[in-house]
Design a protein around this ligand. Structure first.
Ligand SMILES: Cc1cc2nc3c(=O)[nH]c(=O)nc-3n(C[C@H](O)[C@H](O)[C@H](O)COP(=O)(O)OP(=O)(O)OC[C@H]3O[C@@H](n4cnc5c(N)ncnc54)[C@H](O)[C@@H]3O)c2cc1C
Length: 502
């Protein structure tokens, strides 16, 4: 391959933004390199089919290590492996975190990444018609729609949420980020819009942008403290390419941490275990893995639950488990399917009120299992590893059940199947939460921004101690924000593109 100004590693949510924005300048030569294929199965476009993509050809197929907090369960840990990355297999929910979360990043050393700093970039990413223009963008590549053809069950769930006291908010991505609302999604004319659809495909006609799918990066090449290029393989053949300006690592929370460590950037002791030469001892690489723990209460339905054309959750609520908290800490997600681990028997015709902690305390890690890039790393989200999360999940369960038991849902509710209406005691509920809690697929934090010894990148996302290398993806979040992560990853990448171009 020719040499490039920028080589972007990973065509996921962040990588698509970088490739599209940086190539807007026709003098800038950009290579975007992606391990997955250019496209995937037709079901990728069909919103309600998203759960079938887990474990498919467009998923890396990772699993977690056994999770002590969830009775030793091993959870599938999907990550998209195709142009668009995880935005091509995700559930298409488009939600910003509460402003308090980003402002806490700043207090923890991530100057420039507060809510007001990011707001122009949230707006730049989206095209959300008919909303408050102080908060919402109208010209961006990602089309945001609020559920069309709302499921009849979701209408009843809205009434239930109101009945138990949750205020209705017109726009959870707007000024009022608390209450119950129809969910914003990236669904256009009934089909998924991934970051590849929104950003990359329109840009890929440019002659200064080269997109290379089916190319797996194996390590970064480094010389005298500078990242000079990457080594990658295509059909088993090793190749190498240089970047005259920068390598931009956007391989995601798992992939970016793994690639840094394979390249000698990470915790020195851990790298030496695998006989990897240490280039930079950065103990924070791979640490601080966070995800939102997700569980649900599942009901059998008194009447057939009709199929949906949406992504199964038209309605969402952001609520506080205690009134004295500064921001919502629990998300309730109303699902028109019975969503529970396959280890438990659920109803054939049912629905779930899901609940998730937005600000969990548990911290996990990504560690190498081998110095061979083809070996999956050890992924430990450490669900419920912190006792406070278990207690908070029980509180969240009670909030979900309160809505699930509301009169407004009486016409749908045949009975509570999981955990079962008789299970009410705190100890039993804790045990149930341990059995059902799994990932919400919002992995962040393994290359976090900051200036303390456990941070990995500075406030301009440059890897500490290495020239010519930035990380731009979900891994740089100092801690998880109070929402599904995709919208935030796009805003981070939008801001990064501005910093890089400058
Ligand atoms: C099943 C699922 C459902 C989700 N649902 C939602 C949702 O509804 N709403 C929401 O907001 N968020 C959701 N998320 C999370 C959201 O999609 C992610 O936070 C976001 O897409 C992450 O973007 P990223 O750029 O950090 O990583 P990714 O989008 O994962 O991109 C990383 C890219 O790098 C590539 N890559 C990795 N390693 C290499 C390598 N060695 N060589 C070359 N390429 C490599 C990958 O193949 C991938 O394309 C979901 C995620 C999943 C997996």
């Amino acid at each position: 391959m020719r040499s490039f100004d920028y080589v972007v590693v990973g065509a996921g949510s962040a990588g698509c933004v970088l490739a599209a924005r940086l190539s807007e300048d026709p003098r800038t030569r950009v290579l975007l390199i992606e391990a997955g294929a250019a496209d995937g199965p037709e079901s990728m476009a069909i919103p309600p089919a998203w759960p079938t993509l887990i474990g498919s050809s467009v998923d890396w197929g990772y699993v977690t290590v056994p999770q002590p907090g969830t009775n030793g369960l091993v959870h599938p840990y999907p990550r998209g492996k195709v142009l668009g990355g995880s935005s091509s297999i995700n559930a298409m929910a488009f939600l910003r975190g509460h402003r308090a979360g980003y402002d806490a990043w700043v207090r923890n050393g991530a100057a420039g990444w507060g809510y007001d700093d990011l707001l122009p970039f949230f707006k730049r990413a989206e095209r959300a018609a008919g909303r408050d223009s102080d908060y919402r963008g109208t010209e961006g590549p990602m089309v945001v729609s609020s559920a069309e053809n709302v499921h009849p069950l979701a209408h009843a769930c809205l009434d239930a949420a109101v009945e138990v006291g949750h205020p209705v908010t017109a726009d959870l991505n707007g000024k009022e980020q608390e209450g119950v609302a129809w969910l914003d999604t990236n669904i256009v004319d009934g089909a998924r819009q991934s970051a590849a659809d929104g950003y990359l495909h329109p840009a890929s006609v440019r002659s200064n942008l080269t997109v290379a799918p089916n190319a797996t990066v194996r390590r970064l090449t480094l010389s005298a403290g500078r990242c000079t290029g990457i080594e990658y393989s295509v059909d088993g053949e090793l190749r190498w390419v240089e970047a005259s300006r920068e390598i931009l690592l956007s391989a995601g929370t798992i992939g970016s941490a793994q690639l840094l460590m394979l390249s000698g950037i990470g915790p020195a002791d851990h790298l030496r275990e695998f006989h990897i030469d240490v280039v930079a001892d950065l103990p924070g690489v791979g640490a601080n893995l966070q995800d939102h723990p997700l569980a649900g209460i599942t009901y059998s339905s008194a009447k057939p639950v009709p199929p949906t054309t949406n992504q199964h959750s038209d309605l969402i609520a952001m609520v506080r488990s205690r009134p004295d908290l500064p921001a919502p800490d629990v998300q309730l997600v109303f699902l028109d399917i019975a969503y529970h681990p396959p280890t438990l028997a659920g109803p054939t015709n049912g629905y779930t009120v899901g609940f998730s902690l937005m600000l969990p305390h548990s911290r996990g890690s990504v560690r190498l299992a081998s110095s061979d890039p083809d070996t999956a790393p050890l992924i430990n989200p450490n669900f419920l590893g912190d006792e406070r999360d278990l207690a908070a999940m029980v509180t969240a369960l009670r909030l979900a059940r309160e809505a699930g038991e509301a009169q407004a849902l009486a016409q749908w509710r045949s009975g509570e199947v999981l955990p079962g209406a008789a299970v009410r005691d705190d100890g039993e509920l804790r045990e149930y939460v341990r059995r059902v809690t799994g990932p919400y697929f919002h992995a962040v934090g393994t290359c976090r921004i900051g200036h303390d010894p456990l941070s990995v990148v500075d406030t301009e996302l440059r890897v500490h101690g290495i020239e010519g290398l930035r990380v731009v993806d979900a891994s740089v979040m100092p801690h998880i924000i109070g929402a599904n992560t995709h919208a935030t990853v796009l805003a981070i990448a939008e801001r990064a593109a501005t910093l890089i171009a400058r």
